[in-house]
Design a protein around this ligand. Structure first.
Ligand SMILES: Cc1cc2nc3c(=O)[nH]c(=O)nc-3n(C[C@H](O)[C@H](O)[C@H](O)COP(=O)(O)O)c2cc1C
Length: 205
């Protein structure tokens, strides 16, 4: 059975534009993958800690020598990695904050880039054969032709880090100009409808 892992990051619940993009994507994905399984990882509900010295001590201790406390420290990270390993496809929905991904998504990345699990000891990514879609909501517009295109650090960073763990088949759907929804100049449905063909294409991929 095909499995889709959905990673949500916006704190804005039902007013989140990236979460509405996910909803549309998942509807289309279910239509394209009858019987497919959708697993959600909502980073707003996960309580992810940042990397700490004790966490690093556990990470750099060979598994056979880890104490029960060390194993416990790595438990959430292990679970996040297991979700990625089990997935055939991954969708990450994210806002742009200060030209990059929100801290909670960076924290997730710090927990899932694990030597020997997602990244080989030879530096090669281990998550080969998987596809990812990244749904990005941003106040500004960063697509081709934009005068602020070079500020699109979030896209560049996510492409880089997914490639590092072996996922090179990545589709980006850019929900630029999302501030029009917050300002009441455009409806949520209207905004998502404009992205619907891109979302459908990505979901059918
Ligand atoms: C703290 C903060 C920082 C932001 N920084 C940027 C930014 O650097 N560039 C941009 O285009 N939009 C920026 N925005 C706008 C958000 O990307 C936009 O509101 C987006 O819709 C948020 O995603 P969400 O609707 O899924 O929560 C920022 C919003 C917030 C709250």
């Amino acid at each position: 059975m095909t499995q889709l892992l959905v990673v949500e990051t916006s704190p804005r619940g039902n007013t989140s534009i990236s979460r509405h993009m996910t909803r549309r994507f998942v509807e289309q994905w279910r239509a394209a993958h009858p019987g497919g399984d959708v697993v959600e990882r909502d980073l707003m509900e996960t309580g992810l800690p940042f990397v700490t010295a004790p966490w690093l001590e556990a990470y750099f201790t060979p598994p056979t020598q880890q104490s029960p406390e060390m194993k416990e420290r790595l438990r959430l990270s292990d679970q996040l990695v297991a979700e990625l390993l089990a997935a055939d496809q991954i969708v990450i929905a994210t806002p742009v904050y200060n030209y990059n991904v929100p801290a909670v998504l960076k924290a997730w990345i710090d927990h899932i880039v694990r030597k020997g699990m997602t990244l080989g000891f030879d530096g090669r990514g281990l998550l080969t054969g998987k596809k990812a879609t990244v749904l990005i909501a941003s106040g500004g517009i960063y697509t081709e032709g934009s005068p602020i295109r070079e500020r699109d650090i979030a896209t560049q960073y996510l492409r880089l880090i997914l490639g590092v763990i072996g996922i090179s088949d990545v589709t980006f759907v850019a929900g630029g100009g999302a501030k029009a929804v917050d300002l009441g100049e455009e409806t949520m449905d209207g905004f998502v409808a404009k992205l619907a063909p891109d979302l459908k294409r990505a979901a059918a991929n």
